[in-house]
Design a protein around this ligand. Structure first.
Ligand code: FES
Length: 319
């Protein structure tokens, strides 16, 4: 797993809607940036120990900039506020290589892209990519009100503007998102992509499933790992340190290790960034992260300590 980072410069910043910071990050020397696929995100290293993931929302064909949209969330653990206050034009910031956990299916007959609030960001990149490839798609942007929405000017000018619809909570009922009507009028082989608040995604996925869309045709942006606690407790042997600890039901491996004086370096604390990756010497992890690929998880020789647990009574770790 590469942890390579780029040092990029904020070339442009503006705030739109209800506190959405739009950033264009470029290489200061004007070199083209590593390519990314629609649906990809990057890790922004905002401060020591403060790494956050944001979807790339620009056109994947544009190698000159990475565009991000960051919603200011005062209730967050500090990432968005630090980005809003610290990332001024000219600021340099360390950025990971793009990583895609939310790719477009290559065989979709039609794609329905639905973004709720800041969840519109990966959908814009997907709309660009599908436009370029000639794919059939429609884009739906759900927001509380027009004032709360970002990207409206960009969407009004986009090549795919005729395939984009806005659905506002405070607008007339006639413009609300009508998933049964949408799915009822699309061909077999339609894929649905959703991103937004978790309640919004759960509702959409539940409705789409009820309406008969196969599970493997439903895709969700999934930044946050599953709950890191729960299930039964288990034992962790920290072989290099020569210590053993019991991980209780209501604590993470990181918390249990810290009780016996073993500090694990972390950043996202939610199974996304890979900072807390550790080698498994014995036992079977219960993977709860979104960092490792399915193949890497199946190998069971690595674990993300901030969120994953154990399927066996004991895990022996190289720590
Ligand atoms: S700290 Fe980011 S994956 Fe564990």
């Amino acid at each position: 797993m590469t942890q390579e980072t780029l040092t990029l410069t904020v070339a442009r910043r503006r705030v739109e809607g209800n506190g959405v910071l739009l950033l264009d990050l470029v290489d200061r020397a004007g070199r083209p940036l590593p390519p990314f696929e629609a649906g990809a995100h990057v890790d922004l290293h905002l401060a020591p120990g403060l790494v956050r993931q944001y979807s790339l929302c620009g056109d994947p064909a544009d190698r000159n900039r990475y565009r991000l949209g960051i919603l200011r969330d005062p209730a967050s653990r500090g990432g968005s506020v630090t980005a809003h206050e610290g990332l001024q034009e000219g600021t340099e910031v360390a950025v990971s290589l793009p990583r895609n956990l939310f790719p477009l299916a290559s065989d979709a007959a039609h794609s329905i892209l639905i973004g709720g609030g800041i969840g519109i960001t990966p959908m814009i990149a997907m709309a660009h990519a599908l436009t370029a490839s000639g794919g059939s798609f429609e884009l739906h942007y759900c927001g509380r009100s027009r004032d709360a929405c970002a990207f409206l000017d960009e969407l009004a000018e986009a090549a795919f503007r005729d395939r984009a619809a806005l659905h506002l909570d405070d607008g007339p009922a006639s413009q609300r998102l009508d998933l049964p009507a949408l799915l009822g009028s699309t061909p077999a082989g339609t894929h649905l992509y959703v991103c937004g608040p978790s309640g919004f995604m759960e509702w959409l996925i539940g409705e789409a499933t009820r309406l008969g869309l196969p599970a493997d045709h439903i895709h969700r942006e999934y930044f946050q790992a599953e709950a890191a606690t729960g299930g039964s407790g288990f034992e962790v042997v920290a072989r290099r340190s020569g210590k053993t600890v019991r991980v209780a039901e209501d604590e993470t491996i990181v918390q249990a290790l810290s009780r016996i004086g073993i500090k694990v370096q972390m950043s996202c604390e939610q199974g996304v960034c890979g900072t807390c990756l550790c080698t498994v010497l014995e036992g079977t992890p219960d993977h709860r992260d979104v960092f490792l690929t399915d193949e890497e998880k199946a190998d069971n020789d690595q674990i993300l300590l901030c969120c994953s647990r154990a399927r066996t009574d004991t895990l022996v770790l190289d720590i």
